[in-house]
Ligand binder design. Structure first.
Ligand code: C2E
Ligand code: MG
Ligand code: MG
Ligand code: MG
Length: 272
């Protein structure tokens, strides 16, 4: 079946076995070996200013080319890494690599910002802040050029445990980005409490720009403006969506319509 679809080998597993203990154990063990063997790497997807069409930043996205399991999508291994705690190690690798790459990008291009996805499990790790400070020190990067993307759903779930860490990160200078916004039912109370710089509107709204969803986006934009947050629309695939989002007042856009995630070298060529 997997072959017929022309997809990679893992699709086969995800269709039939993704929840089986066997597969989870397999993935868990392979991840740890894979990290040692250099099977994980990052790709970068630009975010654009919708008005000027200029690149505002890039988002680092993790990829895993497993020698045993083939290409595996983040949605099929991040949650397992979170459950086992391996995400702390993996996330540190991501942060380090993204910062090193960004250092290089700053030399080669005029890119000003990068954003990195961080799991709330990492935010609850007592070593997390110290580790990031070490990386900043080693790379001599300025935290204010680095965004940390955290998914709204998980923030709400772990609000009490992570609020202090988020505040601390923002104090260091990192930009805080609420990812997949609109799916986690944040109340106004939460929005007020959280240290936020950017709100990233979830792809599900962009996929279906019905009049209801347009009204929701308008409301998110209005709230963001009044609180001084930037808004990003993720998953823009069509020109029509881009035009609509610009009209709705969204600041930034990201998606296949503009650019797919690229390897570091391809990104440098693209930016040049
Ligand atoms: P996310 O942070 O919301 O990232 C957006 C996802 O949408 C990415 O999938 C990206 O490749 C994909 N995407 C971007 N534009 C389009 C589009 O126009 N159409 C469609 N259909 N998809 C688009 P990806 O790379 O598979 O990552 C999935 C999720 O895995 C991410 O969602 C993020 O939550 C998580 N993730 C990825 N890398 C990392 C990481 O380094 N650390 C952590 N903790 N999570 C990560
Ligand atoms: Mg993200
Ligand atoms: Mg997102
Ligand atoms: Mg998303």
């Amino acid at each position: 079946k997997a072959k017929q679809n022309g997809k990679n080998r893992f699709e086969f597993y995800t269709e039939d076995l993704s929840n089986s203990v066997h597969t989870r154990l397999n993935i868990e063990q392979s991840m740890s070996k894979g990290l040692k063997n250099g099977e994980f790497y990052l790709v970068y997807q630009p975010k654009y200013n919708l008005q000027t069409r200029k690149i505002f930043s890039v988002e680092a996205l993790l990829r895993w080319k497993s020698s045993i399991l083939g290409n595996i999508e983040p949605m099929n291994f991040i949650s397992i890494a979170e459950e086992t705690g391996f995400i702390n190690q993996l996330g540190l690798f991501v942060f380090k690599k993204a910062c090193e790459d960004f250092k290089y990008l700053q030399k080669e291009t005029n890119l000003e910002m990068i954003s990195i996805n961080v799991s709330t499990v990492q935010l609850m790790d007592s070593e997390f802040i110290k580790n990031l400070k070490d990386i900043l020190f080693e790379t001599k990067l300025n935290a204010s050029n680095i965004g940390i993307e955290v998914t709204e759903t998980f923030i709400i779930k772990n609000m009490e445990e992570i609020l202090e860490t988020l505040n601390e990160l923002r104090k260091i200078g990192f930009k805080i980005i609420i990812d997949d916004f609109g799916t986690g039912y944040s109340s106004m109370q939460y929005l007020q409490k959280l240290p936020i710089d950017v709100i990233k509107i979830d792809k599900s709204f962009i996929d279906d720009l019905s009049s209801n969803n347009q009204e929701i986006i308008k409301a998110i934009v209005a709230i963001s403006k009044s609180f001084g947050y930037l808004t990003v629309a993720e998953g823009i695939e069509l020109k029509e969506q881009e035009e609509n989002l610009l009209k709705l007042g969204v600041d930034l856009g990201q998606g296949y319509f503009f650019s797919k995630p690229k390897t570091l070298q391809k990104l440098i060529n693209y930016l040049a």
